[in-house]
Design a protein around this ligand. Structure first.
Ligand code: PMP
Length: 350
């Protein structure tokens, strides 16, 4: 008897990278540990005993988040990482067989959850430089009558970032929900983000996460928008999806956001330095450094085998980066010293 449903028979278990590399630039995390006052916030955050269930709506956390990002009028739903919110949207906003528009390449989990929901994925292929023609995208969304569209901005894994005007005119020209995953937007800033616009567009949801700015271990993500759509997410999520320890800690951290902002600035400066050093190192070698507004730099190789060989050689040197799209290496920005060590080893391997 076949007791495993056929649609999940061939799915492989998620096997994360081993974590004991000397330098880890593979998962787009922050290199900063939560020490000093941030650690103190974490300790102070524990407010009550552990016998009660968490606040299902995470109201205090939502208030702290809205204040930190200046979006007081927004509706917010909190997830166990933005990954959980993606999973909720991809399973609840479609029925079996419904079409959903994704762009490729993009964050792989969208298609993963859509396949579990037995949705039909409509793919828009980006051009060779990973750009999107948003008018063509809107035409596709309308002609295919998709249930919703989802994409990341800045894009993981390419780093390519689309402007606020491009995103808003797309959102305004389609009749279905548009999910803009701004997991990396803290590193890009005002010209690109539609976070502040989300409460004023009935078909826009913006996803955010604390994972890239220093708190991946907490598993906290946010869906932001107008009440009807966000209310729908709150209604279908499991009641106690975000544990109290994470809620309390995140509330405390967001209430004292300046240190986090300083660390974001550090990453922004160092990602620029990493990018320009890589430009200089790879000039004329068949490697394109993709423009980035995120906390990582993506290198696209003319020769995919060279990318894969360098990935393995870096691992041999105890440095972990991400090999992706068959011909790219994605390097997360680490501490200045980590980036410099990476560049030294990379230069010696090239
Ligand atoms: N969206 C994008 C684009 C990501 O790259 C990631 C993490 N790799 C996520 C969402 C998930 O983040 P979280 O840790 O909040 O689940």
């Amino acid at each position: 008897m076949d007791i495993i449903p056929s649609k999940i028979q061939t799915i492989e278990e998620y096997k994360p990278n081993k974590t004991d590399y000397r330098i880890r630039l593979d998962a787009n995390e922050s290199p900063f540990v939560a020490d000093g006052i941030l650690e103190e916030h974490m300790r102070q955050a524990v407010k009550t005993s552990l016998n009660r269930y968490p606040d299902p709506l995470a109201e205090e956390l939502c208030e702290a988040f809205k204040k930190a990002y200046g979006i007081e009028s927004a509706s917010v739903a909190v997830g166990n990482g933005s990954d959980e919110l993606i999973s909720i949207i991809c399973s609840s906003f479609v029925s079996k067989g419904d079409k959903v528009l994704v762009v490729t390449p993009d964050f792989s989990m969208y298609e993963f959850y859509l396949s579990l929901a037995e949705a039909q994925v409509v793919r828009y292929e980006k051009n060779g430089d990973y750009e999107i023609d948003f008018e063509a995208l809107a035409e596709l969304a309308k002609s295919e009558e998709v249930a919703f569209c989802i994409f990341s901005n800045p894009c993981n894994p390419t780093g390519r970032t689309y402007s606020r005007e491009q995103i808003l005119s797309f959102v305004e020209s389609v009749p279905m929900p548009v999910i803009v995953d701004e997991a990396y937007m803290d590193f890009a800033g005002g010209d690109f983000s539609v976070l502040g616009d989300a409460p004023f567009h009935e078909n826009l949801i913006v996803l955010k996460t604390l994972s890239k700015i220093g708190f991946a271990a907490l598993r906290i993500g946010f869906a932001v928008g107008d009440e009807p759509l966000i209310g729908a997410i709150r209604r279908v999520k499991s009641p106690y999806n975000v544990n109290s320890l994470s809620q309390w800690t995140a509330t405390a951290l967001l209430s004292d956001f300046d240190i986090v902002k300083q660390r974001i600035e550090y990453i922004k400066e160092n990602v620029k330095a990493l990018s320009s050093s890589l430009e200089a190192l790879t000039a004329g070698k068949g490697i394109k450094i993709m423009p980035t507004e995120a906390n990582f730099v993506t290198l696209r190789f003319d020769d995919g085998e060279q990318a894969s060989a360098l990935f393995e050689a870096l691992k041999e040197k105890d440095i972990s980066v991400r090999y992706t799209l068959g011909r790219c290496l994605r390097i997360t920005c680490g501490l200045k010293e980590e980036n410099e060590e990476f560049l030294k080893v990379f230069a010696s391997l090239l």
